[in-house]
Design a protein around this ligand. Structure first.
Ligand code: GLY
Length: 359
């Protein structure tokens, strides 16, 4: 058995069986070594089906797991139709898109990140270069932009017309005690309409992968909380919060309310749960319970005491098991495993009430 000890493996397998793990038999799925997956396993948030497909294809062709997951999320970062990431992401309160991203490479135990970076579509690629070409882990704001410029990244206005209209709708309807006159919902795009009706949104993409050698990497990238105060940094570029990879154990990442994830060192908590023998799904659930326990401010709680917001964790273990969990039901996560790319239902703490906009 490779880097997992036999005891660790037996513990995690027992926990997985008890929890009704999503991968029925690790031993049956493996290629002679019961501690390793037989092919790539890639997990992502529900907006990452193209990322998991791309990353798995690259890993099957021999690519490094970090190159693979970054190439996967680049597709979504460059997609103007995804309002939560990169080009087309929703802007800050001034109407300017600011991006956060982090990467971790398991085999070399290295990490890189950028935060509050403007004008560059693929924040994850810049984060990877911070890891590869500097002695730093996190570069923010103007410094991140200047670093990206130095590496030849093209500068563009990240605010698409659709995202601008959603922002303008938010701004014009903020208050009836200012000089902006409220408008109707911006256009006939269903997603734009839904977003315009929300007070805030925290969309993000996380993608983590393990290859048949048991090497892991992960990436998280986002335009962050919509209409945030300029300079606000969420969990995505914080190593241990929005992303954590330990090549001996597994990888995890998050989407949802970053402030809640930062306070419990979310992704690190998930990976530590797997280290203690929890299945990926159970480790995600344990971290979510900690978020609920630490959410005590009344303004963040519904009348029944449950959080008004949602957080989702995604995890993959070194032996190829995977899982995802959310505070509220009806969430899914993307996964490539056993040669198939699909969405799977995420485990959850609470049944989502009908017409619940806040959660
Ligand atoms: N999870 C993304 C954010 O809070 O910025």
């Amino acid at each position: 058995m490779n880097e997992l000890t036999r005891r660790d493996f037996l513990q995690s397998a027992a926990a997985a069986t008890a929890a009704g793990a999503l991968v029925p038999s690790i031993a049956a799925a493996s290629n002679g070594d019961p501690g390793l997956p037989s092919g790539p396993v890639v997990v992502s948030s529900a907006n990452g089906l193209r990322a998991t497909e791309k990353a798995a294809t690259m890993i099957r062709s021999g690519a490094d797991t970090l190159d693979a997951v970054v190439a996967g999320v680049n597709i979504v970062e460059e997609d103007p139709e995804d309002y939560s990431v990169g080009y087309g992401g929703l802007p800050n309160e001034d109407g300017v898109v600011e991006l956060d991203s982090s990467v971790m490479h398991g085999p070399s135990c290295r990490a890189g990140a950028v935060a509050a970076m403007r004008n560059i579509k693929t924040a994850s690629s810049v984060a990877k270069l911070v890891m590869q070409r500097t002695d730093h882990v996190l570069i923010v704001g103007q410094g991140a932009l200047r670093f990206a410029r130095a590496h030849g990244f093209e500068e563009v206005n990240l605010l698409t017309d659709k995202a601008r209209k959603i922002w303008l709708h938010w701004k014009e309807n903020l208050s009836d005690r200012d000089d902006w006159i409220g408008t109707e919902v911006p256009d006939d795009d269903a997603q734009a309409n839904a977003l315009a009706a929300l007070p805030f949104t925290y969309g993000t993409i996380n993608c983590c992968a393990v290859n048949p050698s048991g090497d892991l990497s992960g990436v998280t990238t986002t335009s962050g909380l919509s209409f945030k105060i300029p300079g606000r940094v969420g969990d995505s570029p914080i190593i241990g919060a929005g992303l954590y990879v330990d090549n001996k154990v597994g990888a995890a990442g998050s989407t949802g309310r970053g402030e809640a994830v930062i306070k419990i060192c979310g992704a690190h908590t998930v990976v530590e749960g797997m280290r203690q023998g929890l299945s990926p799904t159970d480790a995600c659930m344990a971290a979510l319970r900690r978020i609920v326990e630490t959410t005590t401010e009344k303004r963040l709680l519904r009348d029944d005491g449950r959080p008004k917001f949602d957080v989702k964790f995604y995890a993959v273990s070194k032996d190829g098991r995977h899982g995802g969990a959310a505070i509220w039901s009806k969430a899914q996560y993307a996964v490539y495993a056993d040669g198939r790319n699909r969405l799977e239902p995420a485990e959850y703490l609470y049944e989502r009430p009908e017409k619940d906009k806040d959660a």
